[in-house]
Structures are given as structure tokens and as C-alpha cells.
Design a protein around this ligand. Structure first.
Ligand code: IPE
Ligand code: IPE
Ligand code: MG
Length: 249
């Protein structure tokens, strides 16, 4: 039995404005189509996509979000050509190097979700340093999903639980949603309120399958490189007009 209404009330943080989501996640899609429409190489779309990330992270802070999770590289994106994967890794390196000082100064706490340790060692070190350096910040948590797939996350959590059970550290009958969530990559993040996908596609593409259970979904035709403060504010306004019932009346 899961006391979802009580969870929902506590997720709202007692007294805080229910119409403002605490945690927004974005499937940043459409970089390739943005470039194609301009007869530019896909790289140009990814480069503009980084600009949209900069704008959106600033907007998230300005709009008072507690957490923003960005889907940057999925566990299925390895299926892309090696040259595009290298471009994406290069842009990620560039973004972290260029933005870390400002993010740290503005109180942004960086988190990584996903199996990012499969990346190049120098990139893993760069990411670990960014996480460590911003660990004490408490304004906005920016969670970047890297080599993230929800099915992979759920399998990793399940494997861990099975190992703990085998070692006698956890009683399977005592496993509840809180204990399960404590083994997910998103541990400690506020409950996901709003999930946005750009570029007109209406699918989750293996993103936050557990966490999105009662998230509100907003799909926009805007291609990710065109996303900005106004677009995020619009999605939040749409969220504010939704009636969340959690299975109740
Ligand atoms: C999103 O844009 C960026 C990543 C998935 C890394 P896409 O590269 O998927 O752009 P489209 O879907 O081809 O337009
Ligand atoms: C989802 O976009 C992954 C990211 C935004 C990182 P994709 O472009 O990879 O998703 P599909 O292939 O259209 O489902
Ligand atoms: Mg895409």
C-alpha cells in the first residue's frame, strides 16, 4: 500500500506554491532536425543545443525550481555514428569547463544520473570534480542524465537489492517504494512533477520510467535549440493548470 496522496502533499513541501513544480525533467530533442532545416551539419544543432541548455538552466534558477534533470545522452545513443558520439562528448566537456565557475557561483548543485563511468576517463574525472565542487550548493540541483536509460537504472537497482538480500542486509518483505527509490540514480531529488519533451515526439525514450509515474507531461513542437526561458515558463504555466489526482477524486 502506497500512501500517494500523503506523499504528494509532502512533495509539495507544506505551504509552498502547488502550481510551481519542484522538479522538472526535459527530454532535449530535435537538435538534428534544427540543423537539417538550416542545411547545416547535425553538429551545428548540438552546438545550439548547448546554448539552449545554458538558457534553460538560468531560467530554471530564475523560476525557482529546486531540480532540473536534463536528458543529454541515453544508453541507446551509443547506436549513433562514432563521429556524432565524439561530437556530443566534446560539447559536454566544453559545457562543463566553460560553465562550472558560473554554476558553482550561482549555487547550482550538479548531479549525474546514468552509468556515466562508461565514458572516457578524463570526462568521468571532469564530471566527478564538477559534482564534488558543487556538492554544498543548495539553490538549484542540475541533474544531467548521461548514458542514462531507465531500464538500465532499474536493473542496476534491482541487482544491488538482490546482492543486499543475498548478504542478509535487507529483508525482501521490507522492500517498499522508499527503499527502492534509495537505490535509484535520482535518490534525494524531489519527486518529479513535470516532464517536458521538445521536437514534437511523444514518447519517453527510456527516461525516468519509475520517477514519471505521476509526473505531468508536456510535449512541445519547439526544437531543443530554440528552447528558452519563455518556453519553460509556458510549460510551467500549463503544469499550473493541470489537476493532479494521484488516483483519488
Ligand atoms: C537531441 O537531439 C540530442 C541528443 C539525443 C543527444 P537529436 O540529435 O536526437 O535530434 P533529432 O531527433 O535527430 O532531431
Ligand atoms: C532521447 O532522444 C534521448 C536524449 C534526448 C538524450 P532520442 O532522439 O535519442 O530519442 P528517440 O531515438 O527519438 O526515441
Ligand atoms: Mg532525437
Amino acid at each position: 500500500m502506497n500512501a500517494t496522496p500523503a506523499n504528494a502533499a509532502s512533495a509539495a513541501g507544506g505551504g509552498t506554491d502547488l502550481s510551481v513544480p519542484r522538479h522538472v525533467a526535459i527530454i532535449m530533442d530535435g537538435n538534428g532536425r534544427w540543423a537539417k532545416a538550416r542545411r547545416l551539419p547535425r553538429f551545428a544543432g548540438h552546438k545550439q543545443g548547448i546554448e539552449a541548455v545554458r538558457r534553460t538552466v538560468r531560467a530554471a534558477g530564475d523560476l525557482g525550481l529546486e531540480a532540473l534533470t536534463l536528458y543529454a545522452f541515453s544508453s541507446e545513443n551509443w547506436r549513433r555514428p562514432a563521429s556524432e558520439i565524439a561530437d556530443l562528448m566534446g560539447l559536454l566537456r566544453h559545457y562543463i569547463r566553460a560553465e562550472l565557475d558560473e554554476l558553482a557561483r550561482k549555487g547550482v548543485r550538479i548531479r549525474i544520473i546514468g552509468d556515466y563511468r562508461k565514458f572516457e576517463p578524463d570526462l568521468v574525472t571532469l564530471l566527478d570534480n564538477a559534482v564534488e565542487r558543487t556538492a554544498g550548493n543548495d539553490k538549484l540541483t542540475l541533474a544531467i542524465a548521461l548514458n542514462y536509460g531507465a531500464q538500465d537504472e532499474l536493473l542496476r537497482a534491482t541487482r544491488r537489492l538482490m546482492r543486499e538480500a543475498r548478504a542478509g542486509e535487507i529483508d525482501p518483505d521490507m522492500l517498499d517504494d522508499a527503499a527502492f527509490e534509495a537505490r535509484l540514480d535520482t535518490v534525494g531529488l524531489p519527486r518529479l512533477d513535470l516532464l517536458i519533451r521538445t521536437s514534437g515526439e511523444q514518447r519517453l525514450s527510456n527516461f525516468l520510467l519509475w520517477q514519471a509515474a505521476y509526473a505531468e507531461l508536456v510535449f512541445t513542437e519547439t526544437l531543443w535549440p530554440d528552447f528558452d526561458h519563455a518556453q519553460l515558463a509556458d510549460a510551467i504555466a500549463a503544469f499550473g493548470r493541470r489537476e493532479r489526482r494521484y488516483g483519488g477524486l
